[in-house]
Design a protein. Sequence first.
Length: 353
Amino acid sequence: MIFEGKKVLVTGGTGSMGKIFVHRVLSGEHGNPKKVIVLSRDEAKQHDMRVSYMTKIMGMDEAVYENFNKCLEFRIGDIRNFDDVCSAVKGVDIVVNAAALKQVPSCEYFPHQGVLTNCIGAQNIVRAIQENDYPVETVVGISTDKAAKPVNAMGMTKALMEKIFTSANILNKNTRFICVRYGNVLASRGSVIPLFHKQIESGGPVTITVPSMTRFLISINKAVDTVFAAIRDAEPGEIFIPIAPAATVENIAKALIGNQNIKIEITGIRPAEKMHEILISDEEAPFTVKKGSYFAVRSMLPELRGDLSSEERILNCEYSSSDTVLNLDETVALLTKNNLMKVRSEPQVELLR
């Protein structure tokens, strides 16, 4: 019971993953927490989240409502501000760092802003623990596929976040710093599926970048499960990665359009966007082992990696969304399973080039 009697801090806890993570921690499925702190700088989202609990929406059961009243605390603050971070981290057992600038174009045009949130914010957590001797047990950094072989500013800042947390294990022996890394989360804010739904509702066209572009697809709950698994099983410096299906953006669009008379328009690849997502690079593959239904990438720092036998190694090359791609029917089945489909028959769409 990883959260039983624990104080948990979630930075960026009003985001898509943060909200579901908080809700599931409050459910008590992994033990009842003593306190759950949500730190973010958006008071409107905090207010909406608070009201959703007060009015018992989100399919809330009594355990969630009881824990909300007993232990959920909202704090206005900024991960970039060291004093805000110190105040929030003080007295907690587990920190989940979900605060991020995560839109590729935003970071590409404003890379300094990405550094401030994704890198300096992570370092503020490390500094707070180290300089104040806070007895934090575990810190989890929420990373992204774009941190593996990064080609854009967002991925580069997230890769640095991983390195900041990994190296923090060396000088902070009493705190375990780990990360999780996953790809596209189905229907999360800013992802492609909500965009496609809006375009379909307005009559189209549905805009895709490149038809053969592939993306890993996991549900928001699978993303949260990955965080839970890492907290339970990860060694210091490890990065936990879900084994996930992938699909082309064209098949995602076709699946959602169904038999509606809506065109698909090809717009071309965006600045610094990858054709395929990579969750584990060629360089990381020799340090990758399998733990349950997850890959775990061990640290490249010899002090943390330990001995890794050839029998433990599970990959010989990078783990890419192009490795195994769902066909259209399989894509439909996955989206249906996650309640993301509209009424659909066989797709009849026209590609505009």
